[in-house]
Write a protein that binds this ligand. Structure first.
Ligand code: DAT
Ligand code: MG
Length: 150
């Protein structure tokens, strides 16, 4: 296992439904370190870059409209196997296939309203972090780290 950074985003439905704190709490309690955070109402152009790999899918226009419908909470979390672990904490893309105990499995039903995003690979995490945080991340020491990592 290696220390990684992953891009996690509470989508507009998660913000509207008051699930921001719940989602942040899960990453905090797991032991991940928060290294960037902001509330942003993204433009269509920005979201089309974020979801560039899905351009051409039948659901793409609806996805962009939904993602632009309100502010999102953009975050970067750091820790061991952050990308893969973040994905497993989120659950499956379709919430109906997400296990209870996962974020989507506990709080969502519809694939088009699945409340949160998580990077699917280290390379996409790096791209997404650069897209959402061109200003860079926050450098600081978390004094609890020695209790979370060996
Ligand atoms: P994930 O968000 O789990 O990485 P993805 O990258 O394949 O999934 O798709 C991005 C988002 O697009 C997903 O969170 C919800 C939406 N989406 C995916 N497949 C869909 C579908 N078949 N119908 C409607 N929306 C879909
Ligand atoms: Mg994806």
């Amino acid at each position: 296992s290696t220390k990684e950074q992953t891009y996690i985003m509470v989508k507009p439905d998660g913000v509207q439904r008051g699930l921001v704190g719940e989602i942040i709490a899960r990453f905090e309690k797991r032991g991940f370190k928060l290294v960037a955070l902001k509330l942003v109402h993204a433009t269509t152009e920005h979201l089309e870059k974020h979801y560039a790999d899905l351009k051409g899918k039948p659901f793409f226009p609806g996805l962009i409209k939904y993602m632009a419908s309100g502010p999102v909470v953009a975050m970067v979390w750091e820790g061991l196997d952050a990308v893969k672990t973040g994905r497993s904490m989120l659950g499956a893309t379709n919430p109906l296939a997400s296990a209870p105990g996962t974020i989507r499995g506990d709080y969502a039903l519809a694939v088009g309203r699945n409340i949160c995003h998580g990077s699917d690979a280290v390379e996409s995490a790096q791209k997404e972090i650069a897209l959402w945080f061109p200003e860079g991340l926050v450098q600081y020491t978390n004094t609890l780290e020695e209790w979370v990592f060996e």
